[in-house]
Write a protein that binds this ligand. Structure first.
Ligand SMILES: [Zn+2]
Length: 72
């Protein structure tokens, strides 16, 4: 599930998972995606985000790419 979401987020961002993680590894804002199945809401979040607001689900379900990848 986590890997699926990471892949999905990279597709939305238009880059490979590897490039996305490399590009954003030391940025103050990084890509994040909603963890709910069937929701592909993506936005920029702080690197350590685990429960940010999803505008689609109206819930705190957005997790950052770095957290998804286990980099944080
Ligand atoms: Zn959502």
């Amino acid at each position: 599930m986590k890997d699926d979401k990471l892949d999905q987020l990279a597709r939305i961002w238009g880059m490979s998972v590897e490039l996305m993680l490399k590009t954003y590894q030391s940025d103050s804002l990084v890509p994040g995606i909603c963890m709910n199945e069937g929701c592909d809401f993506a936005t920029e979040v702080e690197p350590d985000t685990r429960a940010s607001w999803c505008e689609e689900c109206r819930n705190r379900t957005v997790t950052s790419a770095l957290v998804l990848a286990g980099r944080i």
